[in-house]
Design a protein around this ligand. Structure first.
Ligand code: ZN
Length: 239
C-alpha cells in the first residue's frame, strides 16, 4: 500500500502525528505517512525528530531515504523503543527545510533562465545548505553573462510570481512541453508531478518548493567553473 508523502502535498507542514508501521534493526522506521523529505532529485533529506507518544522518547532523524517505494527514517539512537503500531509525533528541522525549499525554487528559476537565454541543456543540480550548484552544457561562457542572468533572476523574484504544483499524465506533460529532465524519474511513471513558476518554467519534479518567488530572497553568484570542454558549472547562494 502506498504511504502518504505529505511533503509532496504541503511542503510547509512542520509537524505531524502518525504511527510507525515498521521498525527495522532498531534504527530504520517506516511511518504510515510522513512529512520528512527523502534524499533525491538533487535535494538533501530532511532532519528532525520522531517523538514517541507512548513514552515521550525523542529520536533524532539523521537520514531519510526512499527504498522499495517506502520512505525510511534512520534514527540515531543506541536504544530505540519504537515498535510497530506506536503513535508518534514528527517534527522536521524547519530552518534547514525552508532553506532547501527556497534553494530548490531558485535552482529552477536560474536553470530556466540559462536554458531560455542560451539553449544550453541543464545536466544536473545539487542543493546544499550553503550553496546551490547547476551544471549545464555549453561551449563558451563568461562570468559577466552569468552575472547578468542572476540579476535578471533577482528582478523576476521581485515580481513575486506564484509557484504551484499539480499532476499531469506523461502524455499531457509531453504535449505541453513540460521539462522531463528530473533525475530519477521512473520511465514507467504514468502520472507526473509538475512544479510551475507561473509563466517561467514547468518541470516534472518531486521536490519541495516555496509558494511565492519573493520567499527566495536574493541570489548571489559565487563562482563559475569549467568542467571539460562543454560542461559548465555555476554556484550561487541565497542572501
Ligand atoms: Zn527540482
Amino acid at each position: 500500500m502506498k504511504r502518504r508523502e505529505i511533503y509532496l502535498e504541503d511542503s510547509y507542514r512542520r509537524e505531524h502525528e502518525t504511527r510507525a508501521i515498521a521498525v527495522k534493526d532498531s534504527k530504520f522506521v517506516v511511518l504510515d505517512s510522513t512529512i520528512f523529505y527523502p534524499e533525491g532529485g538533487g535535494q538533501p533529506h530532511d532532519r528532525g525528530e520522531i517523538i514517541s507518544l507512548a513514552d515521550g522518547a525523542r529520536y533524532p532523524v539523521v537520514y531519510v531515504g526512499k527504498f522499495d517505494g517506502n520512505v525510511s527514517h534512520e534514527i540515531d539512537s543506541d536504544f530505540c523503543n519504537l515498535k510497530e503500531g506506536d503513535r508518534v509525533r514528527c517534527v522536521i528541522d524547519w530552518e534547514r527545510r525552508y532553506k532547501l525549499m527556497r534553494s530548490h525554487t531558485a535552482a529552477h528559476l536560474v536553470s530556466a533562465i540559462i536554458n531560455q537565454r542560451t539553449g544550453a541543456l541543464i545536466t544536473g543540480n545539487q542543493l546544499d545548505i550553503e550553496k546551490v550548484r547547476i551544471d549545464f552544457s555549453l561551449e563558451k561562457f563568461e562570468r559577466d553573462v552569468m552575472k547578468g542572468f542572476l540579476d535578471y533572476a533577482n528582478e523576476i523574484i521581485k515580481q513575486d510570481l506564484p509557484v504551484r504544483h499539480y499532476y499531469l499524465s506523461r502524455e499531457e506533460a509531453e504535449r505541453e512541453g513540460v521539462s522531463l529532465l528530473a533525475k530519477g524519474l521512473p520511465p514507467d511513471l504514468e502520472e507526473l508531478r509538475v512544479v510551475e513558476i507561473a509563466g517561467i518554467d514547468r518541470q516534472a519534479d518531486g521536490g519541495t518548493h516555496v509558494r511565492h518567488l519573493s520567499e527566495i530572497g536574493e541570489i548571489e553568484l559565487l563562482k563559475l567553473e569549467n568542467k571539460g570542454k562543454k560542461n559548465r558549472r555555476v554556484y550561487f547562494k541565497l542572501v
